[in-house]
Design a protein around this ligand. Structure first.
Ligand SMILES: Nc1ncnc2c1ncn2[C@@H]1O[C@H](COP(=O)(O)OP(=O)(O)O)[C@@H](O)[C@H]1O
Ligand SMILES: [Mg+2]
Length: 330
């Protein structure tokens, strides 16, 4: 077999957990118990659950930082057991909360670590570093020679993502990558990562204990419960509309209806034509505002509808409280 055939391709790959069990030595109960789920190629799967529900363990089994004690994991149809752990890890991007950047290396050198290990020449490495820093919005001319301490927390996470992407891996594993960021920075980096994902379409497994983050980031969300058992695996909308059981409903919270509204934008609604007066007496929102914002504004202003505006402030129509409620229940 040639050297190449041992490698995992760089295009996105499906990941399958097939009755995976992890029993740590000397523990009475499994950390992950009979986990089966499929992450389609190019999608983001969020593992969501309370502390100790086995999220990190499930993630670390994919790159064999933890070995499954039962079942199998397949990437692009190939069992991870048949892949060399070192090579496997090099072909999977891994991002953790404490970025793990080397403090004594410049940003450029940090990103170049994997290409170096892979034996890329100087030019190819240099070009790749510049390309990646550009991709995460940190131009190499300005940031390449800085050190990790000379960046903000959000910028460090972006470097962590760039470094994980260095070898163009088909799969990315992200363990609460934005957990240490303040809420505003976190929102920014989430938005950036989603925009980046639109372009690179890797298969991503993303661990979170934050429901809003999971609902925002996940094409599908897997809810794990104590003992590492899967409670539900569905797209966010389904999850919020039809929690599988009491545990999931409680975990998602009493405001899951509002969370559902945050998944729909005013521009997704069939708007009512604005009255001849232009609807100027109604509070206004842009079309890309969520139904959750619309509801909040109506409650705050004591209004029964909002005026929806498009690019350049043109009035697109109005959305009533009733229309918002119906869309949320759909
Ligand atoms: N290296 C380890 N050795 C023994 N038990 C562990 C180890 N790592 C995690 N555990 C246990 O496995 C369970 C799941 O842990 P973890 O996967 O870290 O959960 P989460 O990421 O959801 O918080 C916990 O009960 C934890 O104590
Ligand atoms: Mg964890």
């Amino acid at each position: 077999m040639s050297q190449e055939s041992h490698k995992i391709s760089t295009s996105a790959q499906e990941i399958v957990f097939d009755h995976v069990v992890k029993m740590y030595p000397n523990s009475a109960t499994p950390a992950v118990d009979d986990l089966s789920l499929t992450v389609p190629a190019g999608e983001i799967c969020v593992l969501l659950g309370p502390s100790g529900s086995g999220k990190t363990t499930a993630l670390m089994m994919v790159n064999r930082l933890a070995e499954p004690t039962g079942g199998d994991i397949r990437i692009g149809g190939r069992s991870i057991r048949d892949l060399d752990p070192i090579q496997l890890r090099r072909s999977i991007g891994y991002v953790i909360q404490q970025t793990g950047l080397f403090p004594h290396l410049s940003i450029a050198a940090n990103i170049a670590t994997v290409p170096k290990v892979l034996g890329w020449d100087r030019k190819r490495t240099k070009d790749r570093v510049a390309e990646l820093l550009d991709l995460v919005g940190l131009p190499v001319a300005e940031y390449g020679s800085r050190y990790p301490t000379q960046l903000s927390g959000g910028q460090r996470q972006r470097v962590g993502i760039a470094r994980a992407l260095a070898a163009d891996p088909p799969v990315m594993l992200m363990d609460e990558p934005f957990g240490a960021l303040d809420p505003i920075t976190r929102e920014h980096v989430q938005d950036e990562f989603l925009a980046l994902h639109e372009r690179i379409r890797k298969t991503v497994i993303f661990v979170s204990h934050d429901i809003d983050e999971a609902v925002k980031m996940g094409d599908r969300v897997a809810i794990l419960r104590e003992g590492g058992r899967l409670a539900q695996y569905d797209p966010p909308r389904t999850l919020l509309k039809k929690p599988a059981d009491e545990f999931v409903a409680r975990f998602l919270g009493a405001d899951r209806g509002l969370k559902r509204l945050s998944l729909v934008r005013l521009s997704d609604l069939e708007l009512t034509p604005a009255p001849d007066t232009g609807g100027g007496e109604l509070p206004g929102l842009p079309g890309d505002a969520t139904l959750r914002s619309a509801l909040s504004l109506m409650v705050a202003e004591g209004a029964d509808a909002v005026r929806v505006t498009g690019d350049g402030g043109a009035v697109l129509g109005t959305a009533s409280m009733d229309a918002v409620r119906k869309a949320g229940a759909a």
